[in-house]
Design a protein around this ligand. Structure first.
Ligand code: ZN
Length: 257
């Protein structure tokens, strides 16, 4: 019964892929990234345990917010990518999150990074990539994969995703959605719940638009996003006070120069 396979996600968006398809696709993309060191230079966890422990602590705070739909289903693995001039982070389907050293070094507070991490986790949890794929490949192609009728296609799509992740662009709707979710996640943590806005504020102050990162796609513009994030924070009445987490400076200084 084909209809039995069709599902709506928690927000009642029609998505052909099952959660298991997200998980499988994410694993494939992760493997593609791991096998492409020319483009993606992963900082080894064994050499930087303190950096990863710190980031995983931040991830756990967000996972435990009670706001993540696929907390147990998705992988929620973190990877730091070497690239000091890259102000970027991205997420694959199924919850693999990649953060460039350039972004960690650029941000001033743990709260700023928590805001970005929340944003990226929201893209995965809200299944934004999958919904994009469905738009670009069409329901039929994805349904064939979901039904196991096209065994090679998942790998092929994973390869294409891995190749385009760093330049990934989401729609205005998805960016705003990810920003809003970031606020909701952080509202249950020690971090300033508008942490995601702090990055945009700094970027605006410095007039730094050299390399627009994933979470700073051309629209909506940074001013609108700051406004949206702060409005969300006001609606939720969550704390926007900085956490004063001193560990962040140590993490920055322990990254490779
Ligand atoms: Zn984004």
């Amino acid at each position: 019964m084909i209809m039995g396979l069709l599902s709506c996600d928690e927000n009642h968006h029609f998505v052909v892929f099952s959660i298991q398809n997200d998980v499988d696709l994410g694993k494939q993309v992760k493997q593609e990234i791991a096998s492409d060191p020319a483009h993606y230079k992963i900082l080894p966890q064994s050499s930087y345990p303190q950096v990863y422990n710190y980031l995983y602590g931040m991830r756990d705070a967000i996972l435990n917010s009670g706001e993540i739909s696929y907390k147990d289903e998705f992988a929620w693995e973190l990877y730091v990518l070497e690239g000091d001039s890259t102000l970027n982070a991205f997420a694959t389907p199924g919850g693999y999150i990649y953060i460039y050293t350039g972004l960690i070094k650029y941000l001033d507070h743990a709260d700023d990074l928590a805001g970005v991490l929340g944003h990226e986790m929201a893209h995965a949890d809200q299944r934004h990539s999958i919904r994009n794929l469905q738009k670009s490949y069409g329901v039929e192609a994805l349904l064939a994969i979901a039904l196991g009728q096209n065994p090679g296609a998942l790998e092929q799509i994973a390869g294409q995703i891995a190749g385009t992740l760093a330049g990934l662009k989401f729609s205005r709707e998805f960016e705003t959605d990810a920003d809003s979710h970031s606020v909701a996640y952080l509202s249950h943590t020690k971090y300033a719940c508008n942490g995601a806005a702090l990055f945009f504020i700094k970027l605006n102050e410095q007039g730094d638009s050299a390399q627009p990162p994933e979470f700073l796609s051309t629209h909506p513009n940074p001013e609108n996003r700051i406004e949206n994030i702060n409005k969300e924070a006001a609606d939720l009445k969550c704390s926007t006070a900085l956490s004063g987490d001193a560990g962040y400076d140590q993490i920055k200084s322990s990254l490779p120069n």
